[in-house]
Design a protein around this ligand. Structure first.
Ligand code: RUB
Length: 325
């Protein structure tokens, strides 16, 4: 059976960034897996499983750097693979998708609560791009009566900073939009930087919107605290085994201003959507399981994926030289 049009539509929404931000992408993918399961008609358990795998790969191919998306799909698929019948497989996919979505939403609430405790009355905060987790913390602190000021970076080339600006202004948080290149200029006025994450690697490095690592560097230089807000399903199990996170590169048309589009072909352009901030520049990762030092990422990953990781390790065969003593 073919991938249903609704699943293809959701994949298209994610790919074209109409649905964006790692948490929303993950919930949309979990929902799409539920749609896929409910749309399945007839066939054997084997057919159902390969059909679900096709749906999973359509979804995961949309945005490679957001491990949240891959983990959401894996969460549903792991349960599908354990089913003994099609009926059970459909039921467990629906249940797993619903569980993932409610777990994701409750993580946002917990993180906003933990994170808002780190913010003090009178703080000036800088945020980059548009992270629903970072914004939930800022809005919770504001709601709790703390007086804040926020610098929101523009976030070229897609200008997600404008979404952040509007969201915070609508919530009543005094916010100033600044060009990305002005971050170091304003850093002396900033008390804390709070950003989101697409992926957290086993060594505590964070993959987030391109420019994040430059901001971390400027914060480090100015001795300003740098926090990352991320649910633990953004932690990448593959990185425990040394795999690197693929950085998504998008088209040149996003970088060139509209008046250059006509001569765009003569420009050589690179447009990475994300970059990697090393753990040394991160003070803490605010998760639903507590406020963690970045180096604790590997512990969380072993807790959640220990069995799968050791199975993978067992597959590695060493070429041993028998003649050695
Ligand atoms: C969005 C981005 C966000 C993270 C975290 O990039 O980098 O900071 O996804 O978002 P894009 P959230 O606009 O390319 O998707 O905290 O909402 O999960």
């Amino acid at each position: 059976m073919e991938v249903p049009s609704e699943v293809n539509r959701i994949a298209w929404l994610i790919k074209t960034m109409r649905v964006r931000g790692a948490a929303r992408i993950a919930r949309a993918a979990a929902y799409a897996m539920k749609v896929a399961a409910l749309s399945y008609k007839g066939g054997s358990l084997g057919d159902y499983i390969s059909y679900m795998k096709s749906n999973a790969s359509v979804l995961t191919s949309t945005r490679p750097s957001a491990v949240s998306l891959h983990n959401a799909v894996r969460y549903v698929m792991n349960r599908v693979l354990r089913a003994q019948s099609v009926e059970e497989g459909v039921k467990s996919a629906v249940q797993a998708a619903d569980n993932f979505i409610s777990m994701s939403l409750s993580s946002v609430k917990i993180i906003s609560e933990y994170g808002s405790r780190l913010i003090e009355d009178g703080d000036t905060i800088l945020t980059h791009c548009n992270s629903s987790l970072a914004l939930s913390i800022i809005k919770a602190a504001h709601k709790g009566g703390k007086k804040l000021k926020v610098y929101a970076t523009e976030t070229r080339p897609r200008f997600q900073g404008l979404i952040t600006y509007n969201d915070l202004i609508n919530a009543g948080v005094p916010t100033i939009l600044i060009p990305d290149s002005a971050v170091r200029y304003f850093m002396k006025d900033v008390d804390k930087v709070i950003v989101g994450a697409d992926t957290v690697a086993a060594n505590g490095a964070v993959v987030n919107k391109v420019g994040t690592s430059l901001i971390a560097l400027a914060a480090h230089e100015a001795r300003v605290r740098f926090y990352v807000a991320a649910e633990t399903y953004k932690f990448s199990p593959a990185t425990v085994l040394g795999e690197l996170v693929e950085i998504e590169e998008r088209g040149p048309e996003e970088v060139l201003l509209s008046n250059y589009i006509s001569i765009a072909k003569s420009f050589k352009v690179r447009n990475p959507a994300f970059d990697v901030t090393p753990p040394e520049y991160i003070d803490a990762i605010i998760t639903e399981r507590g406020i963690l030092p970045p180096k604790a990422a590997s512990m969380i990953l072993l807790e959640d994926y220990g069995v799968e990781i050791s199975e993978e390790l067992n597959k590695i065969t060493l070429d041993v030289d028998e003649s050695l003593p």
